[in-house]
Write a protein that binds this ligand. Sequence first.
Ligand code: ZN
Length: 68
Amino acid sequence: MREQDLQATEVGWVPCAFCRGPIPAQSFTYWSAAKRLLSAPCPECNRRVTLAATTWRRWASASPEQTA
Ligand SMILES: [Zn+2]
């Protein structure tokens, strides 16, 4: 598998869908050719977490200071 440059300069954390453990947003790689899905192995429970690209972007750029 090739590593993708996701340009995540501000790396956030994505909560695991299974155990809620923190997964570095940077560790996600594109899972589909259309780049609509990303996936990464959870370091806590070793399950593969799949995420929509739009959701990933929200987490990856999330800042504690940010208010909607
Ligand atoms: Zn997990």
